[in-house]
Design a protein around this ligand. Structure first.
Ligand code: HEC
Ligand code: HEC
Length: 324
């Protein structure tokens, strides 16, 4: 019979700690990553992406960003749940712990490379209220490496999204370089017919104007600029550069509808350019409000109509004017 004296407890505890160390630290380090089970979405990383991953770890990105999506995360806009086999080849998967920033496990191809260049230089240029720290000291090479890494997150699905970004980038650049009117014609040609004929259903009220201005400041200003001429600070990194709304004033819009066209582009973004989609972060009402704001402030063409109206449950009673 073993007596539980100090010596026995001491040796026992040490053995237990040693065993845990072997299982948790030594064994994973020495298992061959090739032997890990791979998910159907997995693909190995290139050398450049591997160097980007080192930057990710040394700069503490994992303190704010997670890289796994669970069933409870559908609300975060996830398209796919994480599988163990997504992390094949990684001895230390960058799962992260807290989510101060968005989950990055399907980040690849969500944005273009030029969006990332501006965002790493100063996150507030692409997202005016971001609290992600700026990394202006990245060399060009480091910025390319970290960008390659985040663009690889999401495995084969990321590659698919990236292929779409590259496919549309060249036509978007060609359209931009062929002059203002041709560019506008090209951009609007890709908005489905039905949307082009939908006027903004919401009249501008004092409150909706404020809401539109706030949305613009929080989401658009860094690129499209305070006066809508596309000269926000991010312009230094972005090509084709952010759209200059005031050119629509000069261009004139046949049929005159601006509401549906703006709504469609803000909701879905423009693939191949840095213009992000906002369908997951802005409610419908805010997209219509910011459309009205852009139309009124920068284009001078608001088609927000009052009649005919549907029977919306969210109908706002007209505010009584003083003395009425
Ligand atoms: C202090 C917390 C914090 C740190 C550290 C941090 N981020 Fe972020 N990150 C955020 C927040 C908050 C956002 C959302 C706002 C924004 O887009 O800037 C974000 C957004 C992002 C996005 C865009 C996600 C999307 O879908 O739009 C990427 C990519 C990203 N971070 C990568 C990185 C990388 C790479 C590093 C390390 C070099 C890093 N972050 C470090 C907080 C952080
Ligand atoms: C990261 C930079 C960036 C941000 C942020 C951004 N945009 Fe854009 N936007 C662009 C770029 C780039 C284009 C495409 C320019 C081109 O191809 O000529 C564009 C195009 C557009 C267009 C198309 C105009 C047309 O007539 O075809 C609209 C509308 C638009 N943006 C509205 C917005 C609104 C509203 C927001 C904020 C909710 C926003 N954008 C945020 C960069 C940005």
């Amino acid at each position: 019979m073993i007596h539980m004296n100090a010596k026995v407890v001491g040796i026992g505890t040490s053995l237990l700690v040693a065993l845990i160390f072997v299982l948790v630290v030594v064994a994973p380090t020495y298992t061959n990553p090739e032997s890990h089970v791979q998910s159907a979405n997995y693909r190995p990383r290139t050398e450049q992406e591997e160097r980007g991953r080192e930057i990710y770890i040394t700069h503490g990105c994992q303190y704010c960003h997670s890289q796994y999506i669970r069933t409870v995360d559908w609300g975060l806009g996830a398209e796919r749940l994480a599988e163990a086999g997504d992390y094949a080849g990684e001895t230390a998967p960058q799962l992260g712990s807290i989510r101060n920033g968005p989950d990055l496990s399907q980040q690849g191809g969500e944005h273009t490379n030029d969006w990332h260049a501006a965002h790493f230089y100063n996150p507030r240029w692409t997202r005016p209220e971001s609290f992600m720290p700026p990394f202006p000291y990245f060399t060009d090479q480091e910025r390319q490496e970290i960008t390659a890494y985040v663009q690889s997150l999401g495995g084969k699905m990321a590659d698919f999204r990236m292929a779409r970004q590259y496919k549309w980038r060249d036509p978007a650049i060609a359209a931009y370089e062929s002059g203002v009117d041709k560019n506008i014609e090209w951009l609007h040609r890709h908005v489905p017919e039905g949307w082009l004929n939908v006027p903004n259903p919401y009249p501008i009220t004092e409150v909706s104007r404020l809401r539109g201005a706030t949305v613009y400041q929080r989401h658009c200003l860094g690129c499209h600029g305070p006066v809508g001429d596309g000269q926000g600070p991010a312009v230094a990194f972005i090509y084709p550069p952010p759209f200059n709304f005031t050119t629509l004033r000069r261009h004139g819009l046949e049929g005159g509808a601006t509401g549906g066209m703006l709504y469609y582009q803000i909701m879905n973004g423009i693939t191949g350019t840095a213009m992000p989609y906002f369908k997951r972060e802005l409610e419908s009402e805010k997209i219509w409000d910011v459309s009205n704001y852009v139309a009124e402030q920068f284009i001078g063409l608001v088609d927000a109509n009052t009649e005919p109206r549907g029977i919306d449950a969210a109908f706002e009673p007209p505010v009584p004017v003083k003395g009425e």
